[in-house]
Design a protein around this ligand. Sequence first.
Ligand SMILES: [Zn+2]
Length: 538
Amino acid sequence: MSKSQIAWWCAQLLCVGVGVSACTGSPPEESPRASRESTWEHFLSQVHQEPGSGVYIANGDEPFSDVTQLRAFYDAHVNTANVGTRQDGLAIMVRNGARARWTEAEKHHLSYCVSTAFGTRHATVVQAMSDAARAWEAAADVRFVHLSEFDSNCTASQLSVVFDVRPVSGGAYFARAFFPGDARAVSNVLIDESSVGRTRSPSLTGILRHELGHTLGFRHEHTRPEAGTCFEDSRWEALTSYDAASVMHYPTCNGTEGWSFTLSPLDIAGARAAYELPNRIGILRPSGLAYIQEQGRGTTWTLVASDVQALALGSDRIGIIKTDGNVYVKEGSLGAAWMWQTSNTQALSLAGDRIGVLHHDGIVYVKEGRLDANWAQVRSDARAIALAGDRIGVLGNDGQVHVKQGGLGADWVWQTSNTQALALTDTRIGVVHNDGNVFVKEGDLGTNWVWQAANTQAISLSGNRIGALYTDGNVHVKEGGLDAAWVWETSITRVLSLSGDRIGALHNNGDVYVKQGGLSTNWTLVTSGATDLVLSTP
Ligand SMILES: [Zn+2]
C-alpha cells in the first residue's frame, strides 16, 4: 500500500491504530464523514491486509482475523447511519456495549515476548518496550511482563504470552496494536522495521507508548468531536475531558504535542480511572506487625507480615525488610505470595517495576522487571536510596547526592553535598541539608536548586507537591510550581508521606491521619498505635 493510499484510507477510515505512520503525511483532505458513503467493496479495497497473517487492519490499528469479522465490523460501524454520531464523553474502547479493558486478574500479567527476528535491534526494542510499559505502569494499576524465554519462538500462536511483539516491513504503519479482548492470533504489537532505531520523532519508545495505550483499551483521542477532525467512530466512552495533548492524539489531527507521544496529566488520570490503583496506606505497629488498608475498598486493616522493620509501597507492590534483614516483595492483591529478594538489607525502595535495596555494607542493588529479575550493583558507600520513575538517587556516607536517569547503567550525575535526606519524583529532586535547609530542583538533572524551607528534618515529594516536616513537628505542604505558597497542615508529626493527592501524617502519639484532595481538605483519623507510616506511590 502506497503512502498516498494510506493517507486516503486514513482520512476515510479513521486510522484507529494502524496508523501512527498512516497519518504522518499531510492532513486528511477529505471529510472523514465521507466514509458513510463507502460501499463494502470500496471499503474492502482500502483496508490494509497484513502479508503473511492475512489479518485485516481497519479502524486505525484494529486487527480483524478474517473477512467475516471485517464484514461484521463494516455492517455495524461503517455502513450505518450511526457512523458519525457524536456522543458525549468517551475515550476507552467500547465493544458490544462494554468497555474493552483487562480484568482485575489480567491487568497485572500483560505478558509479552519480543521476537528475536528483530536481530541486532532486539535489545533496542526490548528496552523501548520496557520504557513505554513503565510509563503506563507508573500511571495506573497495570503491569506488562516481558517473558524473554519465549523471544525465540515469539509468534501469533505463542500461547504462553498475552501478546507478541514482532517486526514487519513495508511501511504501512509505524506500528500497530490491538485492544483487550481481541483473539490471541491478532493480539500483536507489530513494529515496522523503519520504526526501530529512529533518530527523529516519533521515537520508537514514543510510538510504543501510543501503541501500549491501545493495548490497554484506549482509543485515539482525536476521535472525540472536540478535535474537529479525524473522527473515527463512536465506540468509546470518555474517561476524562477532551485532551489535545494526549499520547493517543495524532498531531496531524489538531494535537498539541507534536510527535513526542508522552503521557499527559489527563492520560494519567484517565488510565487511573480505567485501572484504579489501590491507594494503599501501610503502617507498622509495635513488635513489627505490618498492616495495610486499601482506601475506597472499605476500612479493613489487613495484617500482611510480622517481624517487619521497614515497609515500602509501590503502585501495586508491597515490600518489607524483616528484622533479620531479609527482603520480601509481593505484587498485585494483598493476598499475593511473598517472593524473597535479598538479605542483609537496611533500606528498600520501590518504583514501577524497579526494586532498590541498600545493604548493610553500603552497596546499592537495583533490579527491574519481574520479581525474579537479576540484581545490578549500582553504587557503594551509600546510606540512603530513593527510586522514582526511571531515576535512582543515592545519598552517600560522605553526604554527597548522586542521581542517574534512564537505564540501570546510566551515568551518575552529582547533585549536592552536606545532605541528610533525599526525595525523588520522576521530575523533581529534593534534599534536606545537614543545616535543615531544603532545596528542590525540577526538570533535568542539571537544573538549578531552588531553596524551599529551613529548620526541617524530612521532606516528601509527589507530583507537583512538596511536603516539609519541620524539626518542631509542624507539617507544611505546597502544590504547583517551586515558588508556590506553603500551606500549614498539622503539627506533632513524626512521619510525613505524600502520594498523589493524598497526605499522610503519623503523630507523635501513634495516631495516623490521612487526607485526600485539596491541601485544605479535612483530615481523617485512620488508626492509632502506629510506629511508622507509608502511602503507596501513584
Ligand atoms: Zn493508534
